[in-house]
Design a protein around this ligand. Structure first.
Ligand code: NAI
Ligand code: 15L
Length: 272
């Protein structure tokens, strides 16, 4: 008998940008959401206000859920110490709580910045970024996502705790830069992808890229599609406006030659 589809989900990072979108978009798929964030959520009085450093609170938060969607953490470059606490130790604490409480699956918000130094495909589309290539983090932030993916692999290989690590591109209501035309994940497609990642059978530890079906796709979406994900959106509808404002990507500009874009060339806090 296949395992029943998960129903009760702990959504960490529920106060954030993606969390706020998913609080609206996931319940129509039939999920009951338990919310957690270090920031209080004004319109959700039942949300758990807790830091990922609080292992007792995490253990209570995961108790009885079918799966966790783990969005919480620092979502851009910062000092190594801050990244260490929130993203590295915080994700470890979350997995320990899941292990202790017998949660069978985590969907982990990884990032394109885990492979931010991967070269972009040629203009003719040759050389899509593979899903099985080496980690090439572009920042301490990206490095923490590599850690999260490897932690997920360990917890699968040693303990049988399943994870889908989604290397999200840019999940915002609309793409706001020409770079995002390739890696935009529309909120509706984001919910479709999370639903697929929560419901697919026998995922082990699956790594996939997270984007819409963009005309300028730089990466291999096959492992996301293998989960049952069928993206419906394409950022190209925003191309004319964004290119008129910002111009096309320039292959002579190093920022435009790698997946991570400005993350790879302008880390905000280097050296720490
Ligand atoms: P965000 O910064 O808006 O939200 C992150 C949330 O995590 C915040 O509400 C924050 O309060 C919470 N948080 C931070 N540290 C915490 C801690 N120690 N304990 C508990 N909660 C904590 O980020 P966004 O854009 O919503 O991203 C969500 C996740 O998806 C992040 O993990 C990010 O790295 C990842 N991601 C997002 C992308 C995007 O395009 N929005 C792209 C790639 C990855
Ligand atoms: C990310 O990982 C960030 O969390 C998000 O805020 C965007 O900057 C995104 O990558 C991106 O690369 O556009």
């Amino acid at each position: 008998m296949p395992a029943p589809a998960p129903r009760t989900i702990l959504l960490t990072g529920a106060a954030g940008k993606v969390g706020t979108l998913m609080r609206e978009l996931l319940p129509p798929y039939g999920y009951e959401l338990r919310l957690l964030d270090v920031s209080p959520i004004a319109d959700a009085p039942d949300a758990i206000t807790a830091d990922l450093a609080d292992r007792a609170a995490l253990r209570e938060a995961v108790r009885g859920v079918d799966a966790v969607v783990h969005l919480a953490g620092i979502s851009g470059e910062s000092s190594f110490d801050r990244i260490l606490r929130a993203n590295i130790e915080g994700t470890y604490n979350l997995y320990e709580a899941a292990r202790e409480e017998g949660v069978r699956r985590v969907v982990f918000a990884s990032s394109n910045h885990a492979v931010g130094f991967a070269p972009l495909p040629a203009a003719d589309g040759e050389g899509l970024i593979p899903v099985g290539g080496p980690h090439r983090p572009d920042t301490f932030y990206g490095l923490s996502k590599c850690f999260g993916e490897d932690l997920a692999q360990l917890y699968w290989d040693r303990l049988g705790l399943e994870t889908v690590s989604v290397r999200i591109g840019s999940c915002f209501p609309e793409p706001t830069t020409v770079r995002m035309l390739s890696i935009w994940l529309s909120p509706a497609d984001g919910a479709r992808l999370l639903h697929a990642a929560l419901g697919a059978e026998n995922v082990g530890h699956t790594v996939c890229y997270g984007s819409s079906a963009n005309t300028r796709l730089p990466w291999d979406l096959s492992t996301a599609r293998a989960l049952g994900y069928e993206p419906q959106d394409d950022a190209e509808v925003y191309a004319e406006k964004l290119i008129a404002e910002q111009g096309e990507q320039d292959p002579a500009n190093p920022e435009h030659t790698v997946l991570g874009g400005h993350f790879a060339t302008r880390p905000a806090t280097w050296p720490n």
